[in-house]
Design a protein around this ligand. Structure first.
Ligand SMILES: O=C(O)CCC(=O)C(=O)O
Ligand SMILES: [Fe+2]
Length: 349
């Protein structure tokens, strides 16, 4: 009798029952707001305000990033992940450099079904050398480029430049939507902003009902600008009822979501929102996240204009660079403690 072929499930990937993807997908269309960024849209700022308040997630069209630039980026990204493990291993990230290829990331201690490539938008990226509060030393992290894919670097750098411009446009609109001057937030992102791009590659997964491409999480930076391909799989936790809503792939649109820093700056007028990526057994999926982050020396705290007697600050100031450095240590040393996060700076009211 022929032995039955069984797909062994590596337990590192298995999500607790309550976090497994649902088999019934909640109507994906017409849920997350779709915003036309062209200057002729008369309701732009109001739409941004509603989307930030009610969803923390929206999609944008007419965003100014040329289609060709994005296609080029997607094309080299696919070529990169198609390289042999040996080739990809040559640009692997490690304890000394958080930039490059990695295939064993965990979210909340469960392994993600994905491979990633991280690159800094400002090369080198500048960060504190350690998480120790009194250590003033600074380090530079340099991007790693695959030797056997010469077109990769140029495509990434071109894409980073264009999406950065969109990032500035979005934080200007978000400032206006809060009743603040257009340039209120832009200064935080100048001079050595710590933005980076993460290319996510999700191979087909033989057990998509128990594993996730990325487990539920909130992004810790300012805003995230995500390009997803036509496969789909991103799910957003709806604020009104906690249901997981699938984000419909729209060709050439970008998905924008608010990170924890935006939640702190706005003193929770806007909040970061939990999201995750499901995988499927047939198709591989690609997504490219641009994390628009402030410079390492920025101290994040609720904006003074948004605070008064009725609305006291909900967070104490924290240094973004030290926050990042603390995360990095726990990522590699797998401390038994929870990863550092925004709630650690919450003030009791
Ligand atoms: O792939 C996706 O749709 C989401 C990726 C994501 O949330 C992340 O990389 O932070
Ligand atoms: Fe994310």
């Amino acid at each position: 009798m022929a032995a039955e072929k069984v797909v062994a499930v590596d337990s590192a990937f298995i999500q607790a029952t309550e976090h497994r993807p649902k088999t019934t997908i909640i109507a994906e269309s017409k849920c997350i707001p779709l915003i036309d960024l062209s200057s002729t849209n008369p309701n732009l700022v109001t739409q941004i305000s509603h989307a930030c308040k009610n969803w923390g997630f929206f999609q944008v069209i007419n965003h100014g990033v040329p289609m060709e630039c994005r296609r080029n980026m997607e094309s080299v990204a696919k070529k990169f992940f198609a390289l042999s493990e040996e080739e990809k291993g040559k640009v692997k990230r490690d304890i000394n450099n958080p930039l490059g290829y990695y295939d064993a990331e965990h979210t909340k201690n469960v392994r993600d079904w994905k491979q990633v490539f991280d690159l800094a938008v400002e090369n080198p990226a500048v960060f504190p050398a350690s998480h120790e509060p009194d250590d003033q030393e600074i380090v530079e992290y340099f991007n790693q480029w695959p030797e056997n894919l010469p077109e990769f670097r140029e495509a990434c750098e071109g894409y980073a430049e264009k999406v950065k411009t969109l990032g500035f446009k979005l934080v200007e609109l978000i400032s206006l939507s809060l009743g603040l001057p257009e340039n209120r937030l832009t200064g935080f992102f100048k001079e050595g902003h710590a933005s980076f791009i993460r290319i996510n590659h999700y191979p087909p997964c033989p057990y998509p009902d128990v594993a996730l491409g990325v487990g539920r999480h909130k992004d810790s930076g300012g805003i995230t600008i995500l390009a997803q391909d036509d496969v789909g799989g991103l799910e957003v936790k709806r604020k009104t009822d906690g249901a997981w809503i699938r984000v419909q792939p729209i060709p050439d649109a970008f998905i924008v979501n608010l990170g924890d820093i935006m939640q702190a700056w706005t003193n929770e007028i806007y909040q970061s929102v939990e999201h995750r990526a499901v995988v499927n057994s047939e198709k591989e999926r690609l997504s490219i996240a641009f994390f628009f982050n402030p410079a390492h020396h920025v101290n994040v705290e609720p904006l003074s204009e948004l605070i008064d007697h009725q609305n006291p600050p909900k967070y104490r100031p924290y240094n973004y660079g030290k926050f990042y450095a603390t995360r990095k240590v726990s990522n590699f040393e797998k401390l038994d403690v929870e990863n550092i996060q925004l709630t650690h700076f919450k003030l009791s009211q």
